[in-house]
Design a protein around this ligand. Sequence first.
Ligand code: FAD
Length: 418
Amino acid sequence: MSRQEAPERVSTVVIGAGHAGLAASQVLSERSIDHVVLERGDVANSWRHERWDSLRLLTPNWQTRLPGLRYEGPDPDGYLSMAEVVELIERFAKLADAPVRTATNVTSVRRTDDGYAVTTSRGDLRCRALVIATGACNVPAVPGFSDAVPASVEQLTTFDYRSPEQLPDGGVLVVGASATGVQLAAEIRRSGRPVTLSVGEHVRLPRTYRGRDVLWWMDASGVWSERYDEVDDLERARRLPSPQLVGTPERATLDLNALQDLGVELVGRWATVRDGTALFSGGLRNVFSLADLKMQRLLGTFDDWAREQLLDAELDPPERPEPTRVPSSTRWQLDLNSGEISSVLWATGYRPDYSWLEVPVLDAKGHLIHDGGVVDSPGVYVLGLPVLRRRKSTFIHGIEDDAREVIDHLAGHLAGGR
Ligand SMILES: Cc1cc2nc3c(=O)[nH]c(=O)nc-3n(C[C@H](O)[C@H](O)[C@H](O)COP(=O)(O)OP(=O)(O)OC[C@H]3O[C@@H](n4cnc5c(N)ncnc54)[C@H](O)[C@@H]3O)c2cc1C
């Protein structure tokens, strides 16, 4: 009879070696809590394998802050390329001296009498506490009606897309107008292809306002630090699409007006496919007005804050962006069998993957049930989800405060105080 090896015991297991898992590791080490960080690929795996070639961060370099690490390069107002982000996160892992085990896929987590059993592709572990830092963007979220798109049209998600050369010749229908959708619509249009962009609810922001990066305003005015328990409609805040921003040396604004100037055709939200025809919602005018209104309100908040801080003299005058232009005519449908569209690029967002989690902590929609990162099972925590504890929770510079507070709770749990 073969004797089974006893599972390794460690007080805390962190799953995921992106910036969130590494920040957790740094804070755990500061508190001398023994732990391991399990990573199915390499450190910064998502940035290495799940992003397109031309992507740059939309957050400026000066905003790149991780516990114990600040951007100190020559271009504080620039935006990191993917290679630079990977380098940054690798540097952070070294600096934090994080006990990362790469190529270690977590395939199941179950409850035990005194904690959790973690099964991985490289053996089993037992722990008393668990930090889920597997990311908010593990799988592309694609609507079910994609099945009805004719087979003659190639379909890609933003996980598959790397550059325009990869697409077949002909028209491209980009679906979704968040940061990803607008960036890819612009890139593909510039490569010479006809591009149609399907636009639903979106968040419009100018790249700069009154001479400063709009994310400087978000940061300095405190909007980005608003806490999850202060946000009016948390459910909604957690579902908001990413803002229409791109990081370029010119600090160019990439809104729907800029896309129309490039020759991108705008259509409404893609509602369904009937007999090979894509049907789009009407009411683009309303969708645009809503996004414009919210942007104007936010810029108004910034102006109020600047006035209170007596900053008006240092800043440019408050010039507001033009309203989004409504095209003179918009198509409501598009025959996908006509040959006009040869590929569809789904930029419809992402969702986390918890298929390995065998602890009953998911709601009916598959979302983790948690209160500010404290999951509904003793000793389980999560980091890196939208508005986890603050509006900036999913961003690189948003992790430090969240990690400290969540690990504080975890330390209390291990000490038997919670
Ligand atoms: C297209 C895009 C652009 C973005 N741009 C910016 C930006 O400009 N600025 C900014 O601050 N933020 C940006 N973000 C948001 C955020 O910084 C990233 O999503 C970041 O990758 C999140 O870090 P994370 O550590 O939470 O998750 P991830 O970086 O996704 O790390 C999770 C890790 O967990 C691992 N993992 C998952 N499941 C398992 C498992 N079962 N077993 C073992 N390991 C597992 C993965 O391999 C991965 O390495 C962007 C996000 C996207 C998608």
